[in-house]
Design a protein around this ligand. Structure first.
Ligand code: TRP
Ligand code: SF4
Length: 325
């Protein structure tokens, strides 16, 4: 069976953008592949090393989010990066063969250094971010890697490392292929990208009331004030959500908005109830795992042990290829 690996940094609660994007493919892929889903806590340190933020709590929160959307710990191996030391060994060995200019050319490296000016990111660890990510993938000899658009350059680098490794030491690793989630981007409440840092997200952990409140805050067409004003649904966040969650009604929503027979208050009420229906099973599952630290601890422990076993097996092969041990 082919294997899949993906990871997320434990930087806070997951939201609807994650649910309709990458989490959906996590759930689908656990049926068809040997799936490894990783909390990338070491990666979180590459940018937040000065003030590590609640990595342990965020890790537990991430497990609860994952479990609540239907990732099944019996099917997928859910593990924590720092618990599998083989990632560090693989990282070190890959660093031997990775030319520094490959890393310096990496567009994400250049962009993030610019964007996060308040942090000193001239570190070896930050430059080596893609090497660690490649190590994560290679340790499980993963064939497929579900990622967001922003991670594509990293995966391309991982493939280059695989080609170089295989050329130097013999065919050992499969070239990992990306699985891009083909889902229309969800806007945040204010129309920008949905993101925790913009404070515009609907979280998986939000209650039905919180969700309803957030829908009320969504930006709408500023020219439509009264119900009978003629609206421009293409300029409205509520409409973008109807498009995704309320497909059967979208033609009616747009038509009524444009001709002034639909008011924003009702339109939002309708959306809130559709969203809450979508989130109801997620909330139900969440209740099974919330406030059960022992249960989560056992799931983490079991996942870590299974990941370690797979990683040890790969590393024995790697050491052999590189004439070590
Ligand atoms: N860099 C990824 C992100 O920030 C997280 C990640 C770490 C990852 N290791 C990975 C993703 C390996 C896929 C495969 O989103
Ligand atoms: Fe948006 Fe609906 Fe108001 Fe039209 S009626 S502007 S789609 S909230």
């Amino acid at each position: 069976m082919e294997s899949v690996l993906s990871g997320m940094r434990p930087t806070g609660r997951l939201h609807l953008g994650h649910l309709e994007g990458v989490l959906k493919s996590y759930v689908e892929m656990q049926e068809k592949y040997k799936a490894f889903y990783m909390v990338a806590d070491w990666h979180a340190l590459t940018t937040d090393y000065e003030k590590p933020k609640n990595i342990t709590e965020n890790t537990i929160e991430m497990y609860i989010d994952w479990l609540s959307v239907g990732i099944d710990p019996k099917k997928a191996v859910m593990f924590v990066q720092s618990a599998v030391k083989e990632h560090a060994e693989m990282f070190l060995l890959l660093s031997m063969i990775t030319p520094v200019p490959w890393l310096e050319r990496n567009p994400t490296y250049k962009e993030q250094k610019q964007e996060l000016k308040e942090k000193d990111l001239s570190t070896f660890g930050f430059l080596g971010y893609p090497v660690l990510m490649a190590a994560d993938i290679l340790v499980y000899r993963a064939n497929k890697v579900p990622i967001g658009e922003d991670q594509r350059p990293h995966l391309e680098l991982a493939r280059e490392m695989v080609r170089k490794f295989n050329n130097l030491y013999g065919e050992f690793f499969p070239e990992p292929k990306e699985i891009l989630t083909m889902y229309p981007k969800l806007p945040g409440l204010d129309g920008r990208k949905m993101s925790k840092s913009y404070n515009n997200a609907v979280f998986l952990a939000d209650t039905a009331e919180e969700t309803e409140k957030k829908v009320k805050m969504m930006f709408t067409d500023p020219l439509k004030i009264k119900k009978n004003d003629l609206g421009h649904p293409e300029k409205c966040v509520v409409c973008s959500f109807h498009k995704i969650y309320n497909k059967e009604c979208i033609d009616a929503v747009e038509k009524e908005c444009k001709e002034g027979t639909r008011g924003c208050v009702d339109c939002k009420k309708q959306l809130a109830s559709v969203l809450n229906a979508r989130l109801a099973p997620v909330r139900e599952k969440r209740a099974q795992f919330e406030n059960k630290p022992d249960l989560i601890r056992d799931i983490i422990k079991d996942g870590n042990a299974r990941a370690c076993a797979a990683a040890e097996e790969t590393m024995a092969g790697v050491r052999h290829c590189m004439k070590l041990g």
